[in-house]
Design a protein around this ligand. Structure first.
Ligand SMILES: [Ca+2]
Length: 329
């Protein structure tokens, strides 16, 4: 008979041998993640980072920031990492798009930060990503949830990187006609359209979560206030969300969906195809034209199970009221 001790030992060695194991035991080897983020503008980057920091089988190898005010974005990331008791390498990245003017200049949520100014390595974000991926060939998932300037620059600098990644997972683009307020455009894709084009044509194993799907996951300020209480990280995010809610009525879980789907891909259904990025028509720069194809290298989310997403997201925060988990908002 298998004793509890034997069960735990066996589960640790052969993690997939059992249908159900205690939640304190990782059910698989930690996944190696690099996060590239424009934390500090939309609040959802912080929501995603809190999840990654609490996810037991997430090995967060580092955080790079992108778009204007990159140092303040790094400060925000550092504040959450430190609150989680984790020492994560953080590098401010590129602040200017490859060709066009920067439209995302400030990290507004940095006004909520207290304490002194931290210092960060300067001009090393791309080298950091490159070195980390080369040291872990085939093992790193690069999660990009901001405009793609850093990623495109990395791919241009070292064209082998797309083939050394386990996967590039992005929040960006729009891949159906699902109604959203800005027509066919999506912010991450249009802020640096030339970078977006480089990423989609790189040949990297790419899973994309577009605005047409992420738009379907949202909470009101009251719901956020209710749900984000009881966990230190979520309470920090709740404080920062007040800056966001000064101008917006909802918190959409764009970036958290991409993060959660790394660990639980079945939250979404996907369609395979090719993406061509608009670089000709001035009004449509950065629009992502999706074409279905069974041999396409891009998997774009085409639907999301909201109940399953919220279940996965809040499951990592042990202090959140279980009775509220699994409700779609
Ligand atoms: Ca973002």
């Amino acid at each position: 008979m298998l004793t509890r001790r034997g069960f735990l030992a066996a589960a640790a060695v052969t993690p997939f041998a059992f249908g159900s194991v205690p939640s304190t035991i990782p059910t698989r080897m930690p996944l190696k993640i690099l996060l590239d983020t424009d934390i500090g503008s939309d609040i959802d980057d912080a929501v995603a980072l809190a999840y990654l920091l609490r996810k037991p089988d997430c090995s967060l190898l580092g955080v790079t920031t992108v778009t204007g005010d990159a140092v303040n974005r790094a400060r925000l990331a550092k504040a959450l990492c430190e609150a989680a008791g984790k020492s994560i390498p953080i590098f401010p990245g590129l602040e200017t798009p490859l060709v066009i003017e920067q439209r995302q200049v400030y990290a507004a949520q940095a006004e909520r930060l207290t304490g002194g100014t931290a210092s960060f390595p300067k001009g090393q974000a791309i080298d950091f990503m490159r070195t980390t991926i080369r040291q872990n060939p085939g093992e790193v998932t690069l999660l990009a949830v901001g405009p793609f300037t850093n990623i495109a620059t990395l791919f241009k600098l070292d064209p082998e990187i797309p083939h050394l990644l386990k996967e590039l997972v992005i929040m960006g683009g729009k891949f159906s006609d699902y109604p959203t307020p800005w027509g066919p455009t999506e912010w991450n894709a249009i802020v640096d359209p030339h970078a977006t084009a480089i990423v989609f044509s790189s040949g990297v194993p790419l899973r994309a979560f577009g605005l047409d799907v992420t738009w379907q996951l949202s909470m009101t300020p009251d719901q956020v206030t209710q749900k984000f209480k009881g966990d230190e990280l979520l309470e920090i995010v709740l404080d920062w969300s007040r800056v966001w809610f000064q101008e917006r009525e909802l918190l959409h879980f764009h970036d958290p969906l991409a993060a959660a789907a790394i660990f639980n891909p079945d939250i979404c259904k996907y369609k395979r195809g090719h993406v061509q990025v608009e670089l000709e028509e001035a009004e449509l720069l950065g629009v992502t034209h999706f074409q279905s194809s069974p041999d396409g290298g891009i998997r774009a989310a085409e639907s999301v199970n909201a109940d399953n997403f919220f279940q996965e997201y809040f499951s990592v925060f042990s202090s959140v009221d279980d009775s509220l988990i699994g409700r779609a908002f």
